[in-house]
Design a protein around this ligand. Structure first.
Ligand code: PRX
Length: 630
């Protein structure tokens, strides 16, 4: 794998990637295993959104993880699994063992009728079998769609139905901190609304009692017990779908972001290697969940493609106490540690006491992902966890980008607090104003677009290509629009300012305001609602809901019921932090809600509400300010 060694090397590679992207990427692609090489490196069209990398090449990503690594790294640990309860022993799985387990499960999938192109839902806790499930799908050419195990049965059913999945892989339950959470019953409830699922494979984890439906449900251990430890991999085309991952957008229901095989493979591996500057014997830990893109690219695919040792953690940072992350760092002598600003802020709030018994000396690189990291959290993380001598990589990217796009390269790019800093080679960011004019030079601020394809760019939104075109490629002609605001400072370093659309980022999780509103509106006494984000000390952004009700119940009762409805419809991550019952919402004469005003009120920023004279109902603003839930 090509490795960037210095800042001048970075600039050289960047220049090459800009001038001759095809040579740049094909040289990187050469270090992978192909069943057939490509005819052409790139064909693309941002208007119809037709992007074809490594045309007509054939491969299987799992051969690049296993067959390509086994000879040199067969006995090397691929995954270290740390269970929720620290008194339970961790598990070290070598590349050879992971290969064999993946093969056994791949055979089990085929035995249950799964073939190339079938969609398989993975709704599992953070156990090694979740990674094995992903890899086995990839080995047999099935398209996995991992659904975060905290999502509700309704969210799960929506995703199953959207991609017409044939199978669900799940567990009996999930250990999370001091709680044991049922998982299989959520699947059962979801499947009442789905007709495409033929079988469910259930991993035994918590050993709680679950109902197994004859003919449909099977235990994981039974499925693999007779299966051999080898399995021929399916031959895939470069552009064959590798996975679908659902993510919230500014409108309606989540979109199934589609990633393809070859481009995703190359980009996740290249960025892992270069951003974290992984060395052969390093132990790397990303604290994300495999239910999100960070878990896909930087717990499973990126590290395993590079032959790295990757840690998977089942639990939460606060159990059994708030030293847990740091205890794990010391226990496995973690060298690269990658987490989200929300976790940093939550742990920072406990002060330095929880760190007093930890050395953290093994750390070489620390990373941040998922939301803007504020300067205070940046310094706390850098000074107390990185002890002032670990590079901090603030990595900006998205589900749709598949891999890290803008980030310092550890130890190479000078650190600048709260700045994602510079684009990776092959990434051509542009800053545009609202009319789409490119803002050149330094000291400019606007909307972040990317003007050239990179190998792991989103290919489509599952089942609705037009939606992909409309969402990402229509706002600014000839460019991919990220939905984020950005500033290029006087040194040319980029600082991400957050979403400019109706997406809020709650603890690093993307939440479309429309999705939360739809959930709130399911309460039968709710007439209308409007949801906005507001600054939250720990979560980054909190969810503030303005709700009009038709009810005789007390406000407190209805607020509690609304929270429950959101939990039931989406899941606990989407529940509003604040709810204000209002008699009306500020609307323009054409009936559009003026969210700008609602955002200002929710942020306790009444001073400059802007022009309210065009409102249909200006009186409502006064009422909203007086009743603000601050
Ligand atoms: O707003 C940006 C924010 O997270 C969004 C992408 O969310 P998601 O698809 O869930 O992927 C999260 C993990 C890659 C972006 O549009 N975001 C992500 N990383 C950063 C960030 N904002 C600022 N700084 C970051 N490092």
């Amino acid at each position: 794998m090509q490795r960037i060694k210095s800042l001048s090397d970075y600039f050289k590679k960047y220049e090459l990637s800009e001038k001759d992207p095809e040579s740049f990427w094909s040289e990187i692609a050469e270090s992978f295993t192909w069943k057939k090489k490509w005819d052409k490196v790139l064909d693309w069209d941002f208007e119809k959104v037709n992007i074809n990398w490594f045309q007509n090449a054939k491969l299987n990503i799992t051969e690049n993880i296993f067959e390509r690594n086994l000879k040199e790294r067969g006995d090397k640990t691929a995954i270290i699994w740390e269970p929720n309860d620290p008194s339970e022993s961790p598990i070290h799985i070598t590349y050879k063992e992971l290969y064999e387990e993946t093969c056994r499960f791949s055979n089990a999938l085929r035995a249950k009728g799964i073939k190339k192109g079938d969609r398989v839902i993975i709704y599992m806790p953070m156990v090694p079998e979740a990674a094995i499930a992903m890899l086995a799908c990839a080995r047999v050419g099935a398209v996995h769609s991992v659904v975060f195990a905290g999502f509700s049965s309704t969210s799960l059913a929506d995703r199953i139905n959207d991609c017409q999945a044939k199978m669900v892989l799940t567990s009996d339950g999930n250990f999370r901190g001091s709680k044991t959470i049922p998982v299989k019953p959520v699947v059962d409830e979801a499947l009442e609304k789905c007709s495409t699922i033929e079988s469910v494979i259930v991993l035994e984890r918590t050993k709680q009692n679950v109902e197994m439906i004859n003919g449909r449900d099977h235990w994981w251990h039974d499925c693999i017990s007779e299966e051999p430890k080898v399995c021929e991999s399916e031959v895939l085309d470069s552009e064959d779908m590798l996975f679908i991952l659902y993510t919230s957008g500014s409108t309606g229901k989540p979109k199934g972001v589609v990633h393809s095989s070859a481009g995703y493979m190359i980009y996740s591996a290249y960025t892992f290697q270069n951003v974290f500057q992984y060395d052969e014997n390093d132990i790397y830990w990303c604290t994300a969940d495999v239910g999100w893109i960070t878990g896909h690219s930087y717990i499973v695919y990126g590290p395993l493609l590079c032959g790295a040792t990757t840690v998977m953690f089942e639990g939460v940072p606060t159990f059994p106490n708030v030293s847990r992350f740091w205890d794990i760092v010391d226990k496995f002598k973690i060298n690269q540690f990658y987490t989200a600003p929300t976790a940093i802020r939550a742990l920072q709030a406990h002060g330095l006491e929880p760190l007093k018994n930890n050395s953290l000396d093994s750390l070489k690189v620390i990373g941040s992902v998922g939301e803007p990291i504020n300067e205070e959290a940046w310094h706390w993380y850098h000074d107390n966890i990185g002890k002032g001598n670990c590079p901090l990589v603030d990595t900006w990217w998205q589900t749709e980008t598949g891999g890290i796009m803008i980030s310092a390269l550890a130890g190479i790019t000078p650190n600048k607090p709260a700045h994602a800093s510079l684009p990776l080679p092959g990434i051509l960011p542009v800053i545009v104003d609202s009319e789409g004019n490119e803002l050149l030079g330094n000291n400019v601020q606007g909307n972040l677009c990317i003007k050239f394809p990179w190998p792991s760019i989103v290919r489509t939104t599952y089942g609705d290509h037009q939606r992909c075109i409309n969402t990402y490629f229509s706002n600014y002609k000839g460019m991919y629009f990220t939905g984020d605001g950005v500033k290029r400072d006087h040194d040319g370093y980029l600082r991400i300012l957050g979403r400019v659309d109706d997406v809020i980022n709650v603890s690093g999780h993307r939440m479309g305001t429309a999705e939360v509103e739809n959930a709130i509106n399911e309460h039968e006494e709710v007439i209308e609602s409007a949801v906005v984000g507001y600054p939250h000390d720990i979560k980054g952004e909190g969810i503030y809901a303005y709700v009009i009700i038709n009810s005789k119940s007390s406000d407190d009762t209805i607020k509690a019921e609304i929270v429950n409805v959101v939990r039931r419809v989406i899941g606990p991550i989407a529940k509003p932090d604040k709810i204000q019952i209002v008699s009306g919402l500020p609307k323009t004469r054409s009936g559009k809600i003026m969210r700008r005003i609602l955002r200002k009120v929710a942020s306790n920023d009444f001073g400059n509400l802007g022009d309210t004279s065009t409102l249909l109902n200006p009186d409502v603003v006064e009422e909203i300010i007086n009743g603000a839930s601050l």
